[in-house]
Each structure stands twice: as C-alpha cells, then as structure tokens.
Design a protein around this ligand. Structure first.
Ligand code: FES
Length: 115
C-alpha cells in the first residue's frame, strides 16, 4: 500500500499497487480533468509526481509527454503505483485558473483580517 498526498488540497489516500493515480484521485475526491476517460489521448490529466513509489512511464506515456516527462510531469491516467512500494507519493494537481484566483483572494483576505 502506498499513501498518496494530493496537493494543493492536501488530501491523502491509500492506493494499491498497480492502481492509477487518476483512480486514486477519484477515491480522494480530488478532481482531475479528463476528456478521454484515461486512454492517454487528451493530455488533460497532467500532474507533477514526487516520490519513488510510482512505476516508470510506459512507452506510450513517454511518447505523449515528450520532454515534459523530464520535468516530473506524468499523465495521472497512465502513472501507476508501484507493486512493492511503501513509499509516500506527492501528486501536485495544476489548479484551475479560476480556482487559483479565488484561493489567492481568500488568502489575501485572511492576511488583511490579521491587521
Ligand atoms: S485522461 Fe486523457 S490523457 Fe489522461
């Protein structure tokens, strides 16, 4: 079993070996946008993954991501939790622009209320 932390929501879920990061995100109720239902076609499910407990990208995923893979980007629908992994993984999900703006405004309001 591997624990996955989804950021920026800071939600945790325990995943089985072989399970996709996209399926784990759904269990954690972390929304990751998709259009191809996990067939590695839409490239909308890109996430940044840190940690050793994830299987290396498949040939298909490497072809789809190109140089982006070298920057730690993976396709959540293709990235699979390692079979014998006990390590924690951190998955950063790019935020929707509108959600990022709202989060920033809320943080600014919190800062203002401290003064
Ligand atoms: S869900 Fe479409 S590429 Fe991953």
């Amino acid at each position: 079993m591997t624990r996955i932390r989804f950021m920026p929501d800071d939600k945790w879920v325990t995943a089985r070996g072989g399970q996709s990061v996209l399926d784990a995100a759904r269990l954690a109720r972390v929304p990751i946008r998709t259009r191809c239902q996990g067939r590695a076609a839409c490239l909308m499910c890109k996430v940044h993954i840190e940690g050793e407990g994830i299987e290396p990208p498949s040939k298909q995923e490497r072809l789809k991501l190109g140089v982006q893979e070298k920057n730690g980007l993976r396709l959540a629908c293709q990235a699979r939790v390692g079979r014998d992994s006990g390590a924690d993984i951190t998955v950063s999900v790019p935020e929707d622009r509108l959600k990022a703006i709202i989060r920033q405004k809320l943080l600014e309001q919190e800062d203002d209320s401290l003064w």
